[in-house]
Design a protein. Sequence first.
Length: 147
Amino acid sequence: MSAKKVLRKESVPPTLSHQQAIGLLKRQAERAEHIATLSFDDPQGEVWLNSTINLLNQTFGQPDGEMHKNTRDFAYAQSGIGLHINMSGGELQADHEGRTKLRSAFLLGFVEQLQDLAPPSAATAPDQCNFHAEIERVSGDLYRDGH
């Protein structure tokens, strides 16, 4: 008998620095306040959710090609309202508001995690990098602009 070969998906590393992610996650948390006021079926809610999941993937990476635990917790947040068939519009709205508020709280918690885990140099001087003079001349401004 031949042993089955288990194919593992390739991990995707984070692509954002802690400092970049902190600002973007704060922005998404602020936007959540508006999203919670929208109707549960407003397309803007799905756009915000999709954009935020993509941002979290860039922030935390994808271990073994899967969502990081933080991203998964955010994506599958539950409002605490029991879901059932033929939910009323009011129940669906309450579920939407509850999930959005929990997602906002997750985002602010992730910001705290990143602030706590940021290397001291990033926390004290995010834009203070010393490049070789020629690299600074050619690319320093691009680096500081986030390119």
